[in-house]
Design a binder for this molecule. Structure first.
Ligand SMILES: [Ca+2]
Length: 356
């Protein structure tokens, strides 16, 4: 029995605690970045000598062989409708709308300042934080250093990308005097409330509370950094994002759809904004949402495309847009009912004065 336990222990150590200073690619990497940034090699060697191998992230990036899938008989062409319903179900929920409203109210001063400075509406920034991490409740549980090291040096389809991210990550933690092994993030090494990759941290991170550090777990810095990211990618202030349009039929196949498409509205015959005039006359993207019973079709403006720069997906950008709009409506309703409550209190006070 004892032997068995010992064997399991030894196995688990050799499986999970990996010494990357023996890995040739890592040695090259250590040499290159210590030269480039003046790091002590002993500091890097220590970091890389005991890395917890991250199996799940590697699998997600195609680095480990998957079990072969059973062949599905392709006798009938089967179209799987309803992908949008399945996608949005757990993302845009009444709870997440409410939490978004509270989040904006809690950080109202920062949101107002950021909105003025970057021209990005608060509800879109809040929606991104809401979808990415449920307003900071779910920032990921993967050790960032170990995850990036695994993804940089174990063969997968994005090795070079992860080497760059690892270099940036070591730099930023070194600069801010943070233990690289202490941070947790997503399976891709994305960090904080807005799930910034280390390179985005460097390129778009803002120290909005002026404490000398860009802290991706600090709401003020995160709110400004997301706004900065969107602005740098071309967000147009006071412009539209998307609107629902109508078309003939239940399933849309007439034109190609997706956030990369671009159309002149004049050429899209028989497609019209569903809810009246839409004040946007630049090129539009056609966005199709596959619902169970029909396809929903939308026009996406430039700002819709800008949201896809945060995450390369039409469904992602649409979930941000819809959550943002719902947060905005809820905020508006609450503010107005607050105002009318004030009036009611005032009126009843007045009435009582009269009765008294
Ligand atoms: Ca800061």
């Amino acid at each position: 029995m004892k032997i068995a336990i010992l064997l399991v222990l030894t196995l688990s150590i050799s499986l999970y605690g990996k010494d990357y200073t023996k890995n040739e690619q890592t040695i090259d990497f250590i040499n290159a970045i210590s030269k480039k940034h003046n790091f002590k090699k002993s500091y890097l060697n220590k970091l890389f000598s005991d890395v917890s191998f991250q199996k799940k992230p590697l699998k997600l990036y195609g680095g480990l062989k998957k079990k072969p899938k059973k062949e599905i008989k392709k006798t009938k062409k089967y179209i799987w409708h309803g992908s949008w319903d399945r996608y949005v179900k757990h993302k845009v929920t009444p709870k997440r709308i409410k939490q978004g409203v509270s989040f904006i109210k809690k950080h109202e001063t920062s949101f107002n300042k950021v909105e003025k400075e970057y021209g990005v509406p608060s509800e879109y920034i809040a929606a991104i934080i809401g979808i990415e991490t449920i307003y900071g409740k779910n920032v990921g549980n993967f050790p960032v250093f170990d995850t990036l090291t695994t993804l940089a040096f174990e063969k997968n389809r994005r090795n070079e990308f992860f080497k760059e991210q690892l270099e940036e990550f070591i730099l930023l933690t070194y600069k801010d005097n943070i233990d690289p092994k202490s941070l947790k993030g997503s399976y891709a090494g994305a960090i904080g409330l807005g799930q910034f990759m280390p390179s985005s941290y460097k390129d778009y991170g803002v120290d909005f509370n002026n404490d000398g550090k860009i802290n991706m777990f600090h709401p003020q810095d995160v709110i400004a950094s997301i706004a900065n990211y969107l602005e740098q990618h071309g967000w147009e202030a006071n412009e539209e994002v998307a609107t629902r349009v109508s078309y003939e039929g239940k399933r849309f196949q007439k034109y190609e759809t997706g956030f990369r498409t671009k159309y002149d509205r004049k050429n899209l015959k028989a497609i019209k904004p569903k809810y009246g005039k839409w004040d946007y006359y630049d090129e539009v993207r056609l966005i199709k949402l596959s619902k169970r019973k029909y396809d929903e079709l939308w026009y996406g403006a430039k700002n819709f495309y800008v949201i896809t720069r945060y995450n390369n997906s039409s469904y992602y950008a649409m979930s941000i847009h819809q959550l943002a709009q719902k947060i905005k409506n809820e905020l508006y309703t609450q503010t107005n009912s607050f105002a009318s409550n004030q009036i009611n209190t005032y009126t009843s006070q007045k009435n009582r004065d009269v009765i008294d």
